[in-house]
Design a protein around this ligand. Structure first.
Ligand SMILES: [Zn+2]
Length: 136
Protein backbone atom coordinates (compact mmCIF):
# COMPACT_ATOMS: atom_id res chain seq x y z
CA UNK A 1 0.00 0.00 0.00
CA UNK A 2 1.42 3.36 -1.01
CA UNK A 3 0.09 6.69 0.13
CA UNK A 4 1.15 9.66 -1.95
CA UNK A 5 1.37 13.18 -0.64
CA UNK A 6 3.60 16.16 -0.28
CA UNK A 7 4.79 18.32 2.55
CA UNK A 8 5.44 22.04 2.29
CA UNK A 9 8.25 22.89 4.64
CA UNK A 10 9.04 26.61 4.82
CA UNK A 11 12.06 27.43 6.94
CA UNK A 12 14.46 30.20 7.86
CA UNK A 13 18.13 29.57 8.25
CA UNK A 14 20.46 31.88 10.15
CA UNK A 15 23.57 32.03 7.98
CA UNK A 16 25.68 33.45 10.81
CA UNK A 17 28.66 35.76 10.38
CA UNK A 18 30.71 33.44 8.15
CA UNK A 19 27.74 32.33 6.05
CA UNK A 20 26.58 35.92 5.66
CA UNK A 21 30.02 37.00 4.43
CA UNK A 22 29.92 34.10 1.95
CA UNK A 23 26.50 35.17 0.65
CA UNK A 24 27.33 38.89 0.50
CA UNK A 25 30.51 38.13 -1.49
CA UNK A 26 28.43 36.11 -3.97
CA UNK A 27 25.87 38.87 -4.30
CA UNK A 28 28.10 41.95 -4.38
CA UNK A 29 31.40 40.74 -5.82
CA UNK A 30 30.62 37.48 -7.64
CA UNK A 31 33.34 35.93 -5.51
CA UNK A 32 33.14 32.50 -3.89
CA UNK A 33 34.62 32.29 -0.39
CA UNK A 34 35.87 29.27 1.49
CA UNK A 35 36.50 29.13 5.21
CA UNK A 36 40.08 28.27 6.17
CA UNK A 37 40.56 26.50 9.49
CA UNK A 38 43.29 28.08 11.60
CA UNK A 39 43.96 24.71 13.26
CA UNK A 40 44.12 22.07 10.50
CA UNK A 41 44.16 24.29 7.39
CA UNK A 42 41.11 22.72 5.74
CA UNK A 43 39.37 25.11 3.36
CA UNK A 44 35.65 24.34 3.24
CA UNK A 45 33.23 25.67 0.66
CA UNK A 46 30.64 26.94 1.13
CA UNK A 47 32.31 28.74 4.02
CA UNK A 48 30.91 27.62 7.35
CA UNK A 49 31.55 28.68 10.89
CA UNK A 50 32.85 25.27 12.03
CA UNK A 51 35.62 23.31 10.37
CA UNK A 52 34.10 20.08 8.98
CA UNK A 53 37.33 18.21 9.75
CA UNK A 54 38.16 19.23 13.31
CA UNK A 55 35.29 21.39 14.57
CA UNK A 56 37.41 24.48 15.17
CA UNK A 57 35.64 27.84 14.83
CA UNK A 58 36.45 29.36 11.41
CA UNK A 59 36.72 33.09 10.79
CA UNK A 60 39.37 33.27 8.04
CA UNK A 61 37.76 33.49 4.61
CA UNK A 62 39.69 32.97 1.37
CA UNK A 63 38.65 33.24 -2.25
CA UNK A 64 38.20 29.89 -4.01
CA UNK A 65 37.27 29.01 -7.59
CA UNK A 66 35.45 30.12 -9.67
CA UNK A 67 36.97 27.13 -11.49
CA UNK A 68 36.99 23.62 -10.16
CA UNK A 69 36.54 19.97 -11.00
CA UNK A 70 33.49 17.73 -11.00
CA UNK A 71 34.00 14.91 -8.49
CA UNK A 72 30.62 13.22 -8.87
CA UNK A 73 27.29 13.95 -10.50
CA UNK A 74 23.78 12.68 -10.98
CA UNK A 75 21.43 13.30 -13.84
CA UNK A 76 18.13 12.08 -15.24
CA UNK A 77 16.88 12.80 -18.76
CA UNK A 78 15.01 16.09 -18.85
CA UNK A 79 16.03 17.08 -15.32
CA UNK A 80 18.79 19.39 -14.13
CA UNK A 81 22.06 17.64 -13.36
CA UNK A 82 23.67 18.09 -9.97
CA UNK A 83 27.36 17.76 -9.27
CA UNK A 84 29.83 17.80 -6.44
CA UNK A 85 32.32 20.45 -7.50
CA UNK A 86 35.64 20.88 -5.75
CA UNK A 87 36.59 24.48 -6.38
CA UNK A 88 40.22 25.41 -6.87
CA UNK A 89 41.67 26.16 -3.45
CA UNK A 90 39.00 24.24 -1.52
CA UNK A 91 39.30 20.89 0.24
CA UNK A 92 35.58 20.11 0.26
CA UNK A 93 33.07 19.85 -2.57
CA UNK A 94 30.06 22.08 -3.19
CA UNK A 95 26.83 20.59 -4.54
CA UNK A 96 25.27 22.63 -7.33
CA UNK A 97 23.66 22.53 -10.77
CA UNK A 98 25.68 21.44 -13.78
CA UNK A 99 24.56 23.58 -16.70
CA UNK A 100 26.11 21.97 -19.73
CA UNK A 101 24.74 19.13 -21.82
CA UNK A 102 23.40 15.83 -20.61
CA UNK A 103 25.48 12.69 -20.59
CA UNK A 104 28.85 14.32 -21.09
CA UNK A 105 30.19 14.54 -17.56
CA UNK A 106 33.38 12.73 -16.70
CA UNK A 107 35.33 12.61 -13.44
CA UNK A 108 37.58 15.67 -13.11
CA UNK A 109 35.81 17.66 -15.84
CA UNK A 110 36.91 21.28 -15.46
CA UNK A 111 34.03 23.66 -14.80
CA UNK A 112 33.57 27.28 -13.85
CA UNK A 113 30.80 29.12 -12.03
CA UNK A 114 28.21 31.08 -13.94
CA UNK A 115 26.73 33.84 -11.78
CA UNK A 116 23.13 35.00 -12.03
CA UNK A 117 22.73 38.41 -13.70
CA UNK A 118 20.71 39.62 -10.71
CA UNK A 119 21.86 38.38 -7.32
CA UNK A 120 20.04 38.45 -4.01
CA UNK A 121 22.45 36.91 -1.47
CA UNK A 122 21.51 33.26 -1.98
CA UNK A 123 23.43 30.14 -3.08
CA UNK A 124 21.50 30.43 -6.36
CA UNK A 125 23.42 33.63 -7.07
CA UNK A 126 25.58 30.99 -8.70
CA UNK A 127 23.30 29.74 -11.48
CA UNK A 128 25.45 26.66 -11.75
CA UNK A 129 28.67 25.37 -13.25
CA UNK A 130 29.49 24.98 -16.91
CA UNK A 131 32.35 23.30 -18.65
CA UNK A 132 35.37 25.58 -18.95
CA UNK A 133 36.00 26.89 -22.43
CA UNK A 134 38.85 25.12 -24.08
CA UNK A 135 38.41 22.08 -21.83
CA UNK A 136 37.58 18.79 -23.46
ZN1 LIG B 1 40.06 22.17 11.08
Amino acid sequence: MILEGSIRLPFSYAAGVVGSRFLVALRDEQVILGGRCSDCGTVSCPARSMCPECGTHVDDLVEVGPGGTVEAWTEMPGKPAFGLIRLDGADTALIHHLLSGEGKWQPNTRVTARFAPERVGDINDIEGFEEERGAS
